[in-house]
Each structure stands twice: as structure tokens, then as C-alpha cells.
Design a protein around this ligand. Structure first.
Ligand code: ASP
Length: 319
């Protein structure tokens, strides 16, 4: 009985990017740390009671989706057309079952829709209106597109468009990485008391994204992967590069096939991403409870909690 919650572990991220201590007020920092702590508490309550890693991942992510601070759910960024198109995915390391949704505009918690795709459909990925119809059929909470409006995300879009125009005027190529405000995607990885791993990721994508653009977050193997034989992984960063490197599967495959530790695998993957000019971060947990939170940006919102129930949070490189 005493070891019902032995080796449980939950690790979360709230996005990686150019997060300078000088640009964040003490109040804002506290709000972020509180939000991360609440997300950890939501997942921990499930794990400590003997619940599954999948349920813990959903609870931790849904808590962040409901806040305006993170680029997921309520706080999702706007695309070029002024719409919020959300992506999410989830994977069960015990069964290799997975589910995801992409480009959805009317589902309050895309992570719950991804889970429904995994458990209630024959498919792995549903997009756009089809995913929304499915979510409605499953009785998930829908949201009016106006629910996703936040002034700060709107202002970010206006700044991104203005910046892009300046680059165009100077005949310079606009790159996805020209936005300095591309962080806030959320993700979670967990190990439960039965030794099962799970991973999930949820995002609004990139500010000013175009034409039904889909990033890595809803793509199994790119933004999310979980396999009990190796690790659970959730990524954040420049989605295009994470897709090209198959970041999440790449990390898991290194652990499974080369038997290297989770943190080294994450570093190797980030080195591959850096080699193609990508930036971002990865959170990883293995079946023994070893975990890592790695990033090659100046900061990554992140946190972890284990058996002792003490939440740890970090934002900058030096915490
Ligand atoms: N990876 C996400 C995407 O490309 C964005 C992020 O993590 O900030 O859609």
C-alpha cells in the first residue's frame, strides 16, 4: 500500500522562447508560476490517487488551456486572418494509442477532443470542422470563437503584421522566426504508479500563421510521443523544424534503440533542430521516473512534481 504512488512523475511546459527576465514584471512572473503550480497540482492529484498518466496529462493541460496566459485554449494566438486555429495531441505509452485534432476553432479544450479521438474513434487525427462535429457528438464543451479573443494576442498579431510589412518594404525575406513572441504552447508528460507513460501537447500555433498551417503539436512523433519502452515527450518551438526532425519520436527512438538517457536524447534532438536553425524545447520522462526539461531558447515555462508532492517551477535558464 505504501508504494501506491511510488515513482510517479509529472513534467509540464508552457512554451519556450525569448523570455527575458527584464521583460517580465514580478507580478506577471508570479502569475505564471502560480498557473504552472496549479497545473501540476491538477495532474498530481490524479497520479497520487493511483490514477492514470493519461488522465493526469489531460488535467494538467486543460488547466493551462483555460487560462489567457498560454498559447493554447483560451489564450491561443491569432493566425493572419485574425482567427484562432487550435491544435492538440495525446498519446498513451502503454498501448501506443494516440489522438489529435488540428485547425479547430470552436472546442474549448482541444486536449479533451484529442483524447476523444484516441478513445472514441477509429482514427488518430481529425481536422477542422470534422473534428468539431466529432467533439460535439462526444458531448465536449464547445466555445464561441469570441471566447478565444484576448487583447494581448490581438495586439501581438498587429505587431507581427506590421513587422512583416517593414521586412517586405525592405525587400527582406520574412521568416517564421521573425516573431519574437512565439511561446506559450503547453504540454505534459507523466509516469503513473503502474509504470505507464503518457504525453500531450496543445497550442494555438504561431502568431500570424497562414493558410491552414499546422505545426508539430498535433503530429504524433513530432510534437508528442509516448512509449512505455522508452519515454514520453512533449515539444514546443518552431513547429516546422520539429516536424522535419520528427523530434518527439526521434527522442524516444534514441532511448529505446540506443539505450541512452532521456536527457541526453533530448539534447541530441535539440542539437539536430539547432542545426536547421530551429529553436524550442522538449520535456521528457522515462519509465523509471527520470526526467528532463531542455531548451535552446532563453527560457521555457516549465515545472515538475513527483512522489513528494512538492511542485517545482522554472521560467528562465537559471530557473
Ligand atoms: N510548436 C508550436 C507550433 O509550431 C508553437 C510553439 O511551441 O510555440 O505550432
Amino acid at each position: 500500500m505504501s508504494n501506491i504512488n511510488s515513482r510517479i512523475r509529472l513534467v509540464i511546459h508552457g512554451g519556450a522562447g525569448a523570455i527575458a527576465r527584464s521583460k517580465i514584471t514580478a507580478e506577471r512572473e508570479l502569475a505564471y508560476r502560480q498557473a504552472l503550480t496549479e497545473s501540476l497540482a491538477a495532474g498530481y492529484a490524479i497520479l497520487a490517487a493511483g490514477g492514470s498518466s493519461i488522465e493526469a496529462v489531460i488535467a494538467a493541460i486543460a488547466a493551462l488551456e483555460d487560462l489567457p496566459w498560454f498559447n493554447a485554449g483560451k489564450g491561443a494566438v491569432f493566425n493572419h486572418d485574425g482567427r484562432n486555429e487550435l491544435d492538440a495531441s495525446i498519446m498513451d505509452g502503454a498501448t501506443l494509442m494516440a489522438g489529435s485534432v488540428a485547425g479547430v476553432t470552436a472546442i474549448r479544450n482541444p486536449i479533451r477532443a484529442a483524447h476523444a479521438v484516441m478513445t472514441k474513434s477509429k482514427h488518430v487525427m481529425l481536422i477542422g470542422q470534422g473534428a468539431e462535429t466529432f467533439a460535439a457528438e462526444q458531448g465536449l464543451e464547445l466555445a464561441n470563437p469570441a471566447y478565444f479573443f484576448t487583447q494581448h494576442r490581438w495586439d501581438q498579431l498587429q505587431r507581427a503584421i506590421a513587422k512583416e510589412q517593414i521586412l517586405l518594404d525592405h525587400d527582406e525575406e520574412s521568416s517564421l522566426s521573425s516573431s519574437d513572441e512565439k511561446f506559450g504552447t503547453v504540454g505534459a508528460v507523466a509516469l503513473d504508479c503502474n509504470g505507464n507513460l503518457a504525453a500531450g501537447t496543445s497550442t494555438g500555433g504561431l502568431t500570424n500563421k497562414r493558410y491552414g498551417r499546422v505545426g508539430d503539436s498535433p503530429i504524433i512523433g513530432a510534437g508528442t510521443y509516448a512509449d512505455n519502452r522508452s519515454v514520453a515527450v512533449s515539444a514546443t518551438g518552431m513547429g516546422e523544424m520539429f516536424i522535419r526532425i520528427a523530434a518527439a519520436f526521434n527522442t524516444a527512438a534514441q532511448v529505446r534503440l540506443r539505450q541512452i538517457p532521456a536527457d541526453q536524447a533530448a539534447d541530441n534532438t535539440l542539437a539536430e533542430i539547432a542545426a536547421i536553425n530551429g529553436t524550442g524545447g522538449l520535456i521528457v520522462v522515462d519509465a523509471h521516473g527520470n526526467f528532463a526539461m531542455r531548451f535552446n531558447t532563453s527560457g521555457m515555462y516549465r515545472g515538475t512534481i513527483g512522489n513528494d508532492g512538492i511542485a517545482w517551477t522554472g521560467i528562465f535558464a537559471e530557473n
